[in-house]
Design a protein around this ligand. Structure first.
Ligand code: G16
Length: 562
């Protein structure tokens, strides 16, 4: 018997404008009647060839995820989608969604995550649309989705469709006049098989596997932060690479992430930092809620900044089989606020280096056009053109491949890198959850400096003097499709190549978060092992003075420093 399609009248909700990566709001907002449905209807309206299409649906397992899967599947059925691939229990990491879209050549996918934001009934939820290349929707689709949310009058749903996502398998339904298939897939299988084609698992096993008596010379600690990567980590590091049952912690995905911020940085992944400081482990990695972010640490808690991490990976592609095929490394890229270490690697290798706005979606066109192989962002995102999302587990495997080939501690790998290229010191100050209006005002004042009023002006602090060369608000023209993104962050560029960047976060669910990025480049080897805060302290003070950030935010100190 065919299931009935119901068209329900609805009204627009304010504020369904996606941020840097999808729509992120408190769970309670998504739970309002029609709120999630409206947004999903608008996503479906931008899917190319929706009729009979295949879409992937899955997420990081946070609270409200299963309910959202149920709504999405019912709405896909009602809107003429032919097949939906759902991760078992609704679980799929963001990289796994990207891979599945590409592998199964689907028209896109819907990712249910608020990434590194906390989860639970009182916390955050998020919905993101990924297009057929596997990457986040670009500005063109995002704007169309948002436009749709401002005028929506009705949505279509198939209320009678009941699905069971607890076990793998395929079920067919008759919906209206068409066939509709729900395929529940193993959440990790395809991704793990893909990783085996990118990395040399034999070499990694040789490095990691427990030797006689359960001992290993090279102990690792992976912290899945109660997020989605747990099952992937267990399958790869414990089962495939035999790194032992204690190599990973917090590997069960929890709906509320156990009450933590599943955000792999020095503040929120302190548990890993402390464990690494014990000196017991050679390598540590933490991933965020949906598995696309990573933090990499060495013995004794040696911190590799994301900006350095991607530069070292780009410099050591010979350790990764994937880059030995298909013509090697085509180009490199980073987001604008990311430290410029990768630029130096690109210039030495003689390949292009692209600087894009914050947001992984800006890398996709370059990858599709064969111009980009490896890229990264200061926001703990690292990845390559193997998929169209950043990929935490991939980054950890890339680093382990480098360590396996170099057979020396991570600190020495970095020292060697800085000796070759010089060191770009980098830090980011986050002022989370501030009042929006004064932060917008601050950005307006900073933007006004683009007029050139400060050009040539000298600022001194703690014995260091910087001269402002130029101030601008970053604008990007996509070299592939010519689309233009404006006002992507105010850059204060100093005459010696140092720089400060200000922008407002686009991933919060309420209020405003100010991000201040500070970078300087040193070629004096005696500075290389210095603490970044010590080296950048004077420039941080100058940045605070120019922006009057403390005045606008009312904050003496940042919430997070990385
Ligand atoms: C998202 C995007 C990233 C971007 C980050 C910036 O990360 O996918 O490409 O760098 O947001 O966040 P903000 O706008 O807060 O600075 P995720 O991991 O939250 O999806």
């Amino acid at each position: 018997m065919a299931l009935e399609v119901v068209t329900k009248p609805t009204k627009p909700f304010d504020g369904q404008k996606p941020g840097t990566s999808g729509l992120r709001k408190k769970v309670k907002v998504f739970q309002q009647e029609g709120y999630t449905e409206n947004f999903i209807q608008c996503i479906l309206s931008v899917v190319e060839g929706l009729e009979g299409s295949t879409l992937v649906v899955g997420g990081d397992g946070r609270f409200f995820g299963k309910k959202a899967v149920d709504i999405i599947v019912k709405m896909c059925a009602a809107n003429g989608v032919g097949r939906v691939l759902v991760g078992q229990e609704g679980i799929l990491s963001t990289p796994a969604v990207s891979h599945l879209i590409r592998k199964r050549k689907t028209q896109g996918g819907i990712v249910l995550t608020a990434s590194h934001n906390p989860g639970g009934p009182e916390e955050d939820f998020g919905i993101k649309f990924n297009i057929s290349n596997g990457g986040p929707a670009r500005d063109i689709e995002t704007n169309a989705i948002f436009q749709g949310t401002t005028t929506i009058k009705e949505y279509k749903i198939c209320p009678g469709l009941e699905i069971d996502i607890s076990s793998i398998g395929t079920k067919e339904f008759q919906v209206g006049g068409h066939n509709f298939v729900v395929e529940v897939v193993d959440s990790v299988e395809d991704y793990v098989e893909y990783m085996k084609t990118i990395f040399d698992f034999n070499t990694l096993r040789d490095l990691l596997q427990e030797k006689e008596g359960g001992k290993s010379d090279f102990k690792i600690r992976i912290d899945a932060m109660n997020g989605v990567t747990g099952p992937y980590v267990e399958r790869i590091f414990m089962n495939e690479l035999n790194a032992g049952p204690t190599c990973a912690v917090r590997t069960k995905p929890l709906e509320d992430f156990g009450g933590i911020h599943p955000d792999p940085n020095l503040t929120y992944a302190k548990e890993l930092v402390d464990a690494m400081r014990s000196g017991e482990y050679e390598f540590g990695a933490a991933f965020d809620g949906d598995g696309d972010r990573n933090m990499i640490l060495g013995r004794n808690g040696f911190f590799v900044t994301p900006s350095d991490s991607v530069a070292v990976i780009a410099d050591n592609t010979s350790a990764i089989p994937y880059f030995k095929t298909g013509g090697g490394v085509k180009g490199l890229a980073r987001s604008m606020p990311t430290g410029c270490a990768i630029d130096r690697v690109a210039s030495k290798k003689g390949v292009a280096c692209f600087e894009v706005p914050t947001g992984w979606k800006y890398f996709g066109n370059l990858m599709d056009a064969g111009k980009l192989s490896i890229c990264g962002e200061e926001s703990f995102g690292t990845g390559s053109d193997h998929i169209r999302e950043k990929d935490g587990v991939w980054a950890a495997l890339a680093w382990l491949s480098i360590l396996a080939s170099q057979r020396r501690p991570m600190r020495e790998v970095l020292l060697q890198h800085w000796t070759t290229y010089g060191r770009n010191f980098f830090t980011r100050y986050d002022y989370e959850n501030c009042e929006s209006a004064p932060c917008n005002e601050m950005m307006k004042c900073l933007d006004a400096l683009s007029s050139g009023s400060l050009n040539g002006k000298e600022y001194s602090n703690s014995g260091k003097t910087y001269t402002i060369a130029q101030v601008d608000n970053f604008q990007y023209t996509d070299p592939v499709d010519g689309s233009v993104a404006t006002k992507q962050g105010v850059r204060i560029l100093m005459s010696d190549g140092s720089r400060v960047v200000f922008r407002l976060s686009g991933t919060g669910s309420s209020g405003a978060t100010v991000r201040m990025y500070v970078e300087s480049y040193e070629t004096d080897a005696s500075t290389y092992e210095k603490d970044a805060q010590e080296v950048l302290g004077p420039l941080v003070n100058i940045a605070l003075e120019i922006s009057r950030l403390q005045h606008f935010t009312g904050r003496e100190k940042p919430t997070v420093i990385t």
